[in-house]
Design a protein around this ligand. Structure first.
Ligand SMILES: *[C@@H]1O[C@H](CO)[C@@H](O)[C@H](O)[C@H]1NC(C)=O
Ligand SMILES: *[C@@H]1O[C@H](CO)[C@@H](O)[C@H](O)[C@H]1NC(C)=O
Ligand SMILES: *[C@@H]1O[C@H](CO)[C@@H](O)[C@H](O)[C@H]1NC(C)=O
Ligand SMILES: *[C@@H]1O[C@H](CO)[C@@H](O)[C@H](O)[C@H]1NC(C)=O
Ligand SMILES: *[C@@H]1O[C@H](CO)[C@@H](O)[C@H](O)[C@H]1NC(C)=O
Ligand SMILES: *[C@@H]1O[C@H](CO)[C@@H](O)[C@H](O)[C@H]1NC(C)=O
Length: 349
Protein backbone atom coordinates (compact mmCIF):
# COMPACT_ATOMS: atom_id res chain seq x y z
CA UNK A 1 0.00 0.00 0.00
CA UNK A 2 2.77 2.45 0.96
CA UNK A 3 4.70 1.35 -2.12
CA UNK A 4 1.75 2.19 -4.37
CA UNK A 5 1.43 5.57 -2.67
CA UNK A 6 5.11 6.38 -3.28
CA UNK A 7 4.75 5.30 -6.88
CA UNK A 8 1.74 7.58 -7.33
CA UNK A 9 3.63 10.50 -5.75
CA UNK A 10 6.61 9.92 -8.03
CA UNK A 11 4.35 9.80 -11.08
CA UNK A 12 2.70 13.01 -9.96
CA UNK A 13 6.10 14.66 -9.47
CA UNK A 14 7.19 13.54 -12.92
CA UNK A 15 4.02 14.97 -14.39
CA UNK A 16 4.62 18.27 -12.64
CA UNK A 17 8.27 18.48 -13.73
CA UNK A 18 7.32 17.54 -17.27
CA UNK A 19 4.80 20.36 -17.22
CA UNK A 20 7.44 22.80 -15.95
CA UNK A 21 10.34 22.65 -18.35
CA UNK A 22 12.79 24.67 -20.39
CA UNK A 23 14.37 23.11 -23.47
CA UNK A 24 17.40 24.42 -25.34
CA UNK A 25 17.65 23.33 -28.92
CA UNK A 26 21.45 23.34 -28.73
CA UNK A 27 22.85 23.38 -25.18
CA UNK A 28 26.46 23.67 -26.34
CA UNK A 29 27.04 26.56 -28.72
CA UNK A 30 30.26 27.64 -30.33
CA UNK A 31 30.36 31.10 -31.82
CA UNK A 32 32.97 33.45 -33.22
CA UNK A 33 34.12 36.69 -31.69
CA UNK A 34 32.30 39.56 -33.36
CA UNK A 35 29.43 37.41 -34.58
CA UNK A 36 25.85 37.05 -33.30
CA UNK A 37 24.22 33.95 -31.93
CA UNK A 38 20.62 32.88 -31.44
CA UNK A 39 20.03 30.65 -28.43
CA UNK A 40 16.86 28.80 -29.42
CA UNK A 41 14.75 27.90 -26.47
CA UNK A 42 11.22 26.78 -25.63
CA UNK A 43 9.44 26.41 -22.28
CA UNK A 44 6.29 24.86 -20.93
CA UNK A 45 4.15 25.02 -17.78
CA UNK A 46 0.73 23.76 -16.72
CA UNK A 47 -2.06 25.11 -18.90
CA UNK A 48 -3.79 26.87 -16.01
CA UNK A 49 -0.71 29.08 -15.40
CA UNK A 50 -0.01 32.32 -17.21
CA UNK A 51 3.41 33.92 -17.70
CA UNK A 52 4.08 37.25 -15.97
CA UNK A 53 7.73 37.82 -16.80
CA UNK A 54 10.80 36.34 -18.42
CA UNK A 55 14.56 36.93 -18.14
CA UNK A 56 17.93 35.54 -19.08
CA UNK A 57 20.72 35.07 -16.57
CA UNK A 58 24.35 34.38 -16.78
CA UNK A 59 26.16 32.10 -14.34
CA UNK A 60 28.90 34.05 -12.59
CA UNK A 61 31.36 33.41 -9.88
CA UNK A 62 30.96 36.33 -7.51
CA UNK A 63 33.29 36.35 -4.53
CA UNK A 64 33.59 32.58 -4.69
CA UNK A 65 29.82 32.03 -4.90
CA UNK A 66 28.23 30.74 -8.10
CA UNK A 67 25.29 32.99 -8.92
CA UNK A 68 22.84 33.71 -11.68
CA UNK A 69 23.03 37.35 -12.66
CA UNK A 70 20.46 39.09 -14.88
CA UNK A 71 21.89 40.08 -18.26
CA UNK A 72 19.88 43.30 -17.95
CA UNK A 73 21.95 44.11 -14.85
CA UNK A 74 25.32 43.60 -16.54
CA UNK A 75 26.64 46.75 -18.27
CA UNK A 76 28.84 44.75 -20.67
CA UNK A 77 25.67 43.24 -22.23
CA UNK A 78 24.02 46.61 -22.66
CA UNK A 79 22.45 46.79 -26.13
CA UNK A 80 23.90 43.42 -27.14
CA UNK A 81 21.09 41.04 -26.17
CA UNK A 82 17.53 40.80 -27.38
CA UNK A 83 14.74 38.55 -26.14
CA UNK A 84 13.10 37.08 -29.23
CA UNK A 85 10.72 34.87 -27.32
CA UNK A 86 7.28 35.61 -25.91
CA UNK A 87 5.07 34.95 -22.90
CA UNK A 88 3.83 31.69 -24.36
CA UNK A 89 6.40 28.99 -25.14
CA UNK A 90 9.26 30.62 -27.04
CA UNK A 91 12.24 31.83 -24.97
CA UNK A 92 14.84 32.41 -27.69
CA UNK A 93 17.60 34.93 -27.04
CA UNK A 94 19.92 36.72 -29.47
CA UNK A 95 23.38 37.89 -28.38
CA UNK A 96 25.28 40.25 -30.64
CA UNK A 97 28.87 41.36 -31.15
CA UNK A 98 30.19 38.50 -29.08
CA UNK A 99 33.31 38.95 -26.96
CA UNK A 100 35.57 36.14 -25.80
CA UNK A 101 34.53 36.83 -22.20
CA UNK A 102 30.88 36.13 -23.09
CA UNK A 103 31.92 32.48 -22.83
CA UNK A 104 29.91 30.88 -20.04
CA UNK A 105 26.62 29.39 -18.83
CA UNK A 106 23.28 31.02 -19.63
CA UNK A 107 19.92 30.31 -17.95
CA UNK A 108 16.33 31.17 -18.68
CA UNK A 109 13.95 32.33 -15.97
CA UNK A 110 10.18 32.89 -16.03
CA UNK A 111 7.52 33.89 -13.56
CA UNK A 112 3.89 32.78 -13.45
CA UNK A 113 0.94 33.61 -11.21
CA UNK A 114 2.07 30.99 -8.70
CA UNK A 115 5.80 30.39 -9.18
CA UNK A 116 9.01 31.80 -10.44
CA UNK A 117 10.78 29.06 -12.35
CA UNK A 118 14.26 28.89 -13.58
CA UNK A 119 15.78 26.44 -16.00
CA UNK A 120 17.55 23.57 -14.32
CA UNK A 121 19.86 23.12 -17.24
CA UNK A 122 21.85 25.78 -19.01
CA UNK A 123 23.35 26.65 -22.35
CA UNK A 124 27.10 26.73 -22.54
CA UNK A 125 28.22 29.39 -24.99
CA UNK A 126 31.83 29.31 -26.11
CA UNK A 127 33.10 32.41 -27.92
CA UNK A 128 36.35 32.03 -29.75
CA UNK A 129 38.41 33.91 -32.27
CA UNK A 130 40.13 32.60 -35.35
CA UNK A 131 43.88 32.22 -35.06
CA UNK A 132 45.80 32.68 -38.26
CA UNK A 133 49.30 31.30 -38.77
CA UNK A 134 51.63 31.64 -41.72
CA UNK A 135 54.29 28.94 -42.05
CA UNK A 136 57.02 29.90 -42.38
CA UNK A 137 56.57 33.59 -41.69
CA UNK A 138 59.78 34.57 -43.50
CA UNK A 139 60.57 33.02 -46.85
CA UNK A 140 62.66 33.54 -49.93
CA UNK A 141 61.23 33.97 -53.39
CA UNK A 142 59.71 30.72 -54.65
CA UNK A 143 59.56 29.02 -51.24
CA UNK A 144 56.33 27.29 -50.31
CA UNK A 145 54.00 29.05 -47.86
CA UNK A 146 51.06 27.54 -45.99
CA UNK A 147 48.30 29.56 -44.35
CA UNK A 148 46.53 27.90 -41.46
CA UNK A 149 43.41 29.08 -39.66
CA UNK A 150 42.55 27.51 -36.30
CA UNK A 151 39.29 27.66 -34.41
CA UNK A 152 37.27 25.58 -31.97
CA UNK A 153 34.13 26.24 -33.99
CA UNK A 154 33.54 24.39 -37.23
CA UNK A 155 31.25 26.89 -38.82
CA UNK A 156 31.98 26.78 -42.51
CA UNK A 157 34.45 27.61 -45.21
CA UNK A 158 37.60 29.52 -44.29
CA UNK A 159 38.65 32.38 -46.55
CA UNK A 160 41.86 34.44 -46.48
CA UNK A 161 42.75 38.09 -46.93
CA UNK A 162 46.07 39.79 -47.52
CA UNK A 163 45.89 43.45 -46.43
CA UNK A 164 42.11 43.23 -46.89
CA UNK A 165 42.18 41.70 -50.37
CA UNK A 166 41.05 38.09 -50.96
CA UNK A 167 43.74 35.42 -51.33
CA UNK A 168 43.00 32.63 -53.81
CA UNK A 169 44.82 29.67 -52.24
CA UNK A 170 46.07 28.97 -48.70
CA UNK A 171 49.21 27.29 -50.13
CA UNK A 172 51.45 29.02 -52.65
CA UNK A 173 54.98 29.69 -53.85
CA UNK A 174 56.10 33.05 -52.50
CA UNK A 175 56.20 35.93 -54.99
CA UNK A 176 57.46 39.46 -54.39
CA UNK A 177 53.88 40.71 -54.06
CA UNK A 178 52.96 38.20 -51.32
CA UNK A 179 54.54 40.27 -48.53
CA UNK A 180 51.77 41.55 -46.27
CA UNK A 181 49.45 40.92 -43.36
CA UNK A 182 47.17 37.89 -43.58
CA UNK A 183 43.96 37.16 -41.75
CA UNK A 184 41.32 34.47 -42.05
CA UNK A 185 37.54 34.51 -41.63
CA UNK A 186 34.54 32.31 -42.22
CA UNK A 187 32.96 33.00 -45.57
CA UNK A 188 30.15 35.49 -45.18
CA UNK A 189 31.31 36.49 -41.71
CA UNK A 190 34.00 39.09 -42.23
CA UNK A 191 33.35 40.61 -38.79
CA UNK A 192 34.92 37.53 -37.21
CA UNK A 193 38.31 38.02 -38.89
CA UNK A 194 41.38 36.75 -37.07
CA UNK A 195 44.16 39.05 -35.97
CA UNK A 196 46.54 39.62 -38.87
CA UNK A 197 49.84 37.78 -39.16
CA UNK A 198 52.71 39.00 -41.29
CA UNK A 199 54.44 37.24 -44.15
CA UNK A 200 57.81 38.60 -45.19
CA UNK A 201 59.10 37.52 -48.59
CA UNK A 202 62.82 38.17 -48.95
CA UNK A 203 64.32 38.73 -52.35
CA UNK A 204 67.55 40.20 -53.70
CA UNK A 205 67.43 43.53 -55.55
CA UNK A 206 65.38 43.16 -58.73
CA UNK A 207 65.06 45.38 -61.80
CA UNK A 208 68.37 47.09 -60.96
CA UNK A 209 69.00 49.90 -63.41
CA UNK A 210 71.08 53.06 -63.73
CA UNK A 211 69.41 56.36 -64.38
CA UNK A 212 71.57 59.14 -65.79
CA UNK A 213 70.59 62.78 -65.85
CA UNK A 214 72.98 63.87 -68.58
CA UNK A 215 72.18 65.90 -71.61
CA UNK A 216 73.79 64.56 -74.80
CA UNK A 217 76.51 65.16 -75.70
CA UNK A 218 78.39 64.84 -72.43
CA UNK A 219 81.10 67.46 -72.68
CA UNK A 220 84.32 67.79 -70.72
CA UNK A 221 83.72 69.94 -67.65
CA UNK A 222 79.99 69.28 -67.30
CA UNK A 223 78.44 67.44 -64.35
CA UNK A 224 76.68 64.12 -64.43
CA UNK A 225 74.72 62.16 -61.85
CA UNK A 226 74.15 58.39 -62.02
CA UNK A 227 71.36 57.00 -59.81
CA UNK A 228 70.91 53.31 -59.09
CA UNK A 229 67.34 52.02 -58.85
CA UNK A 230 65.91 48.67 -57.85
CA UNK A 231 63.48 47.07 -55.45
CA UNK A 232 64.32 44.55 -52.76
CA UNK A 233 63.11 43.05 -49.52
CA UNK A 234 64.41 43.85 -46.97
CA UNK A 235 64.48 47.29 -48.55
CA UNK A 236 67.87 48.23 -47.11
CA UNK A 237 70.21 48.11 -50.11
CA UNK A 238 73.92 48.87 -50.30
CA UNK A 239 75.27 50.04 -53.65
CA UNK A 240 78.66 49.67 -55.29
CA UNK A 241 79.75 51.32 -58.55
CA UNK A 242 82.07 49.64 -61.04
CA UNK A 243 83.85 51.32 -63.91
CA UNK A 244 85.69 49.86 -66.85
CA UNK A 245 87.50 51.86 -69.51
CA UNK A 246 87.87 48.75 -71.65
CA UNK A 247 84.41 47.77 -72.76
CA UNK A 248 85.49 44.33 -73.99
CA UNK A 249 87.50 43.30 -70.90
CA UNK A 250 85.48 43.08 -67.68
CA UNK A 251 88.54 42.14 -65.60
CA UNK A 252 89.68 45.74 -65.87
CA UNK A 253 86.79 46.79 -63.62
CA UNK A 254 87.48 49.30 -60.88
CA UNK A 255 85.30 50.17 -57.92
CA UNK A 256 84.64 53.88 -58.25
CA UNK A 257 82.06 54.59 -55.60
CA UNK A 258 79.35 53.51 -53.21
CA UNK A 259 75.93 54.84 -52.34
CA UNK A 260 72.83 55.10 -54.46
CA UNK A 261 74.10 58.14 -56.36
CA UNK A 262 77.40 58.52 -58.21
CA UNK A 263 78.14 62.16 -58.99
CA UNK A 264 80.91 63.49 -61.17
CA UNK A 265 80.99 67.25 -60.86
CA UNK A 266 83.38 67.90 -63.73
CA UNK A 267 83.82 65.09 -66.25
CA UNK A 268 87.04 64.51 -68.13
CA UNK A 269 87.84 62.47 -71.22
CA UNK A 270 89.21 59.78 -68.90
CA UNK A 271 85.71 59.23 -67.48
CA UNK A 272 84.66 57.62 -70.76
CA UNK A 273 83.81 53.95 -70.23
CA UNK A 274 81.13 51.62 -68.91
CA UNK A 275 79.48 51.97 -65.51
CA UNK A 276 77.69 49.23 -63.58
CA UNK A 277 75.75 49.52 -60.33
CA UNK A 278 75.75 46.55 -57.99
CA UNK A 279 72.90 46.42 -55.46
CA UNK A 280 72.98 44.14 -52.43
CA UNK A 281 70.67 43.37 -49.52
CA UNK A 282 70.54 40.54 -46.98
CA UNK A 283 68.89 38.23 -49.52
CA UNK A 284 71.52 38.59 -52.22
CA UNK A 285 72.88 40.89 -54.87
CA UNK A 286 72.44 41.78 -58.51
CA UNK A 287 73.93 44.12 -61.07
CA UNK A 288 72.54 46.61 -63.49
CA UNK A 289 73.18 46.50 -67.21
CA UNK A 290 76.30 48.37 -68.41
CA UNK A 291 75.87 52.05 -68.98
CA UNK A 292 78.19 53.64 -71.53
CA UNK A 293 79.35 57.19 -70.85
CA UNK A 294 81.09 58.87 -73.77
CA UNK A 295 82.76 62.15 -72.85
CA UNK A 296 83.41 64.55 -75.72
CA UNK A 297 86.04 67.26 -76.07
CA UNK A 298 84.76 70.73 -75.46
CA UNK A 299 84.80 73.16 -78.40
CA UNK A 300 84.99 76.54 -76.70
CA UNK A 301 83.37 79.58 -78.42
CA UNK A 302 86.55 81.69 -78.07
CA UNK A 303 88.54 78.97 -79.79
CA UNK A 304 85.96 78.93 -82.60
CA UNK A 305 86.39 82.73 -82.85
CA UNK A 306 90.20 82.39 -82.85
CA UNK A 307 90.18 79.83 -85.66
CA UNK A 308 87.81 82.06 -87.63
CA UNK A 309 90.11 85.05 -87.32
CA UNK A 310 93.10 82.96 -88.42
CA UNK A 311 91.21 81.73 -91.48
CA UNK A 312 90.20 85.27 -92.36
CA UNK A 313 93.76 86.50 -91.94
CA UNK A 314 95.18 83.69 -94.09
CA UNK A 315 92.64 84.17 -96.89
CA UNK A 316 92.24 87.94 -96.96
CA UNK A 317 95.60 89.34 -95.90
CA UNK A 318 97.87 88.13 -98.78
CA UNK A 319 95.87 89.91 -101.61
CA UNK A 320 95.78 93.12 -99.53
CA UNK A 321 99.51 92.99 -98.88
CA UNK A 322 100.20 92.35 -102.57
CA UNK A 323 97.96 95.29 -103.57
CA UNK A 324 99.59 97.59 -101.02
CA UNK A 325 103.05 96.54 -102.20
CA UNK A 326 102.08 97.14 -105.85
CA UNK A 327 100.69 100.59 -105.07
CA UNK A 328 103.81 101.64 -103.26
CA UNK A 329 106.27 100.18 -105.81
CA UNK A 330 105.39 102.76 -108.60
CA UNK A 331 106.32 106.05 -106.80
CA UNK A 332 109.15 104.19 -105.16
CA UNK A 333 111.16 104.10 -108.45
CA UNK A 334 111.18 107.96 -108.88
CA UNK A 335 111.91 108.77 -105.26
CA UNK A 336 114.61 106.18 -104.93
CA UNK A 337 117.45 108.70 -104.59
CA UNK A 338 115.57 110.88 -102.13
CA UNK A 339 114.83 107.93 -100.08
CA UNK A 340 118.37 106.83 -99.93
CA UNK A 341 119.36 110.42 -99.17
CA UNK A 342 116.90 110.52 -96.35
CA UNK A 343 118.34 107.32 -95.16
CA UNK A 344 121.81 108.67 -95.23
CA UNK A 345 120.62 111.88 -93.62
CA UNK A 346 118.93 109.86 -91.03
CA UNK A 347 122.10 108.21 -90.06
CA UNK A 348 124.48 111.03 -90.35
CA UNK A 349 122.26 114.11 -90.11
C1 LIG B 1 11.13 31.91 -31.33
O1 LIG B 1 10.90 33.12 -32.04
C2 LIG B 1 11.98 33.55 -32.84
C3 LIG B 1 11.67 34.94 -33.34
O2 LIG B 1 10.36 35.05 -33.80
C4 LIG B 1 12.15 32.53 -33.95
O3 LIG B 1 13.22 32.92 -34.79
C5 LIG B 1 12.47 31.20 -33.35
O4 LIG B 1 12.53 30.21 -34.35
C6 LIG B 1 11.44 30.78 -32.29
N1 LIG B 1 12.03 29.69 -31.55
C7 LIG B 1 11.35 28.56 -31.29
C8 LIG B 1 12.09 27.53 -30.52
O5 LIG B 1 10.23 28.41 -31.67
C1 LIG C 1 34.56 41.70 -21.53
O1 LIG C 1 35.60 42.41 -22.22
C2 LIG C 1 35.23 43.73 -22.58
C3 LIG C 1 36.35 44.32 -23.36
O2 LIG C 1 36.91 43.40 -24.24
C4 LIG C 1 34.92 44.53 -21.32
O3 LIG C 1 34.50 45.83 -21.71
C5 LIG C 1 33.85 43.85 -20.55
O4 LIG C 1 33.64 44.53 -19.32
C6 LIG C 1 34.18 42.41 -20.24
N1 LIG C 1 33.05 41.77 -19.65
C7 LIG C 1 33.14 41.04 -18.55
C8 LIG C 1 31.89 40.41 -18.10
O5 LIG C 1 34.19 40.89 -17.94
C1 LIG D 1 51.50 44.81 -41.38
O1 LIG D 1 51.17 45.24 -40.09
C2 LIG D 1 52.24 45.88 -39.42
C3 LIG D 1 51.84 46.15 -37.99
O2 LIG D 1 50.48 46.41 -37.90
C4 LIG D 1 52.58 47.16 -40.16
O3 LIG D 1 53.65 47.81 -39.53
C5 LIG D 1 52.98 46.81 -41.57
O4 LIG D 1 53.21 47.98 -42.32
C6 LIG D 1 51.90 45.98 -42.25
N1 LIG D 1 52.42 45.50 -43.51
C7 LIG D 1 51.82 45.75 -44.70
C8 LIG D 1 52.48 45.22 -45.90
O5 LIG D 1 50.77 46.38 -44.76
C1 LIG E 1 60.36 44.34 -62.12
O1 LIG E 1 59.88 44.82 -63.35
C2 LIG E 1 58.78 44.09 -63.88
C3 LIG E 1 58.49 44.61 -65.26
O2 LIG E 1 58.44 46.01 -65.29
C4 LIG E 1 57.60 44.26 -62.94
O3 LIG E 1 56.49 43.53 -63.42
C5 LIG E 1 57.97 43.73 -61.58
O4 LIG E 1 56.91 43.97 -60.67
C6 LIG E 1 59.24 44.41 -61.08
N1 LIG E 1 59.65 43.74 -59.86
C7 LIG E 1 59.77 44.40 -58.71
C8 LIG E 1 60.17 43.58 -57.54
O5 LIG E 1 59.57 45.59 -58.62
C1 LIG F 1 72.59 66.30 -63.06
O1 LIG F 1 72.51 66.45 -61.66
C2 LIG F 1 73.54 67.26 -61.09
C3 LIG F 1 73.42 67.21 -59.58
O2 LIG F 1 72.11 67.23 -59.17
C4 LIG F 1 73.37 68.68 -61.61
O3 LIG F 1 74.42 69.48 -61.10
C5 LIG F 1 73.46 68.64 -63.13
O4 LIG F 1 73.20 69.92 -63.65
C6 LIG F 1 72.43 67.67 -63.71
N1 LIG F 1 72.60 67.59 -65.15
C7 LIG F 1 71.59 67.57 -66.00
C8 LIG F 1 71.94 67.48 -67.44
O5 LIG F 1 70.43 67.61 -65.63
C1 LIG G 1 92.04 42.21 -69.44
O1 LIG G 1 92.73 43.08 -68.59
C2 LIG G 1 93.61 42.45 -67.67
C3 LIG G 1 94.17 43.48 -66.71
O2 LIG G 1 94.50 44.66 -67.36
C4 LIG G 1 94.71 41.74 -68.46
O3 LIG G 1 95.61 41.08 -67.60
C5 LIG G 1 94.06 40.76 -69.41
O4 LIG G 1 95.06 40.17 -70.23
C6 LIG G 1 93.03 41.43 -70.29
N1 LIG G 1 92.30 40.41 -71.05
C7 LIG G 1 91.99 40.57 -72.34
C8 LIG G 1 91.23 39.44 -72.96
O5 LIG G 1 92.34 41.55 -72.97
Amino acid sequence: MIQVLILLLLQQAEKVSAAWSVTFENPDICALRGSSVEIRCSYSYPDEESVRGTAWDRGMNQNGVWERVRLSGLPSYNGRFEYQGDHAHNCSLVLRDLQENDTGYYYFWFDTDKFGRRSKTSVFLSVTGLRATVRPDRVRLGDSVTLDCQTECQNGKIIWFRDGRPVAEPTFQAQTTDTGNYSCAFEGLKSSQSDPVALDVWYPPLNVSVEVNRSDPLLVGSSVTLTCRGSASPAAITYTWWYSSDVSNSSTELQVGSGQVLSISSVELAHTGTYICQAQNRAGQSRSAELLLAVEETVHPLIVLGIGIKVIILLVLPPILIWVWKCRSRPHATNEENTSNDYENGIFG
